[in-house]
Design a protein around this ligand. Structure first.
Ligand SMILES: [Zn+2]
Ligand SMILES: [Zn+2]
Length: 250
């Protein structure tokens, strides 16, 4: 509880709980709920929603997170065997289906920015497998795109993650210099061509260990291109962090 309302003593928190003043609204179903007093983890969700949105625990490709049968060993998908991605590690929360997909769409297309904080709690747990970086970056949007949407959902996620972890968010290291068209209807090959030479990494990237954030990984073409730009500029390590992995190749 101290984690939810910092600065309050145990007695004050107990009093708030008895009076129902620590009640909050679930970030997924939007119903009011009262967190349990000893509750840990994602305190922005009611218990039924937290259970529905729990992390993907199945077998996955260790290079791109694609779900794989446990019988495939080593756990690397054909795509990564054929064309290994450039990043050094990855962390994600779940698959891009059901309620998690719904939350991401509300954040990306519905302007519901408070969802970033809830999803960042998931990322906080997912990144425990990664070495702590010097800085966190979000996949940047082209200014024309930002102008239309008004925000960048990847930046909102990165900002919320940095607030929760105390890590440094850097917005000056990576820029989107070319505007790509919408990726959703493109094949994997066309996506690679669509984002080629889209990013510029600054020389200050040299020697840094970085986490690069995005909301969803589909074919990984955007994250590949951005990671490559950072490595070319001399980044020492790049790990990718995203909320959800699409379970099907498009
Ligand atoms: Zn709920
Ligand atoms: Zn893979």
């Amino acid at each position: 509880m101290g984690k939810h309302l910092p600065g309050l003593t145990g007695y004050a928190l107990a009093a708030l709980h008895v009076l129902g003043l620590d009640q909050r609204r679930c970030a997924h179903c939007l119903r009011p709920f009262t967190p349990k007093r000893d509750e840990q983890g994602n305190v922005s969700l009611c218990q039924p929603c937290a259970a529905m949105l729990k992390a993907y625990a199945g077998s996955r490709c260790r290079r791109c997170g694609f779900p794989l049968p446990r019988s495939i060993q080593p756990a690397i998908c054909p795509s990564c065997l054929h064309d290994p991605p450039p990043w050094h590690g990855l962390a994600f929360h779940g698959l891009y289906t059901g309620p998690l997909r719904h939350m991401l769409l509300r954040l990306k297309l519905g302007g519901q920015l408070y969802i970033a904080r809830s999803l960042a709690h998931f990322l906080c747990e997912a990144v425990a497998c990664l070495p702590r970086p010097d800085a966190v970056l979000a996949i940047p949007q082209h200014p024309n795109h930002l102008y239309k949407r008004g925000y960048n959902q990847a930046h909102e996620l990165a900002r919320a993650l940095c607030t929760l972890t105390g890590l440094t968010l850097r917005t000056d290291l990576l820029t989107r210099i070319r505007q790509s068209t919408a990726q959703a209807q493109l094949s994997a090959q066309d996506r690679r061509a669509n984002v080629r030479n889209s990013f510029r990494a600054e020389p200050q990237t040299h020697g840094l260990r970085l986490w690069l954030l995005d909301d969803v990984l589909t074919t990984g073409s955007t994250l590949r291109e951005a990671t490559q730009a950072l490595l070319t500029a001399g980044a020492k390590m790049v790990a990718i962090v995203f909320v959800a992995r699409t379970p099907l190749r498009s």
